[in-house]
Design a protein. Structure first.
Length: 140
């Protein structure tokens, strides 16, 4: 029981930190309903789902670094990174669409906070990921 309470407290702290950092901006841009739904999704994650998300994130970062080094957004490593990214997204946004995925790719380049996050992995990584997502989402 204590483990579940600790995990629930941990998830609540993630939501609280996100609200404090981005809440006003996200609510103005996407509305209260969308933000509340996203917060509920995070709070509803099981320990297994959270661990799976972290494992996917770490694998994505490793594959993405290697893909940037390879230099081909349409290449096998880049497309594997996009598949991992999609799997990660599906944990937090169960109604995936290619338009949503491509919109995130654009945001990763346009928003300095996301660009910095990805470019810490590898120089130019945010743009590379955006380009790889475009290829990924253009496939039938």
């Amino acid at each position: 029981m204590a483990d579940i309470e600790n995990f629930n407290g941990f998830k609540q702290s993630l939501v609280d930190k996100n609200e404090q950092t981005y809440g006003r901006e996200a609510r103005a841009k996407y509305g209260d309903k969308a933000v509340d739904k996203a917060n509920a999704r995070v709070k509803g994650l099981t320990h297994k789902q959270y661990d799976e998300g972290e494992a996917l994130r770490l694998e994505l970062e490793d594959v993405l670094k290697a893909a940037v080094e390879a230099g081909d957004p349409a290449g096998e490593l880049a497309q594997k990174a996009c598949t991992l990214h999609k799997q990660w997204l599906n944990l937090y946004q169960p109604h995936y669409s290619a338009a949503y995925h491509m919109g995130l790719g654009e945001m990763y380049v346009a928003d300095e906070r996301f660009r910095e996050y990805y470019d810490k992995l590898a120089l130019g990584c945010a743009r590379f990921l955006r380009d790889a997502i475009r290829v990924f989402c253009s496939k039938p």
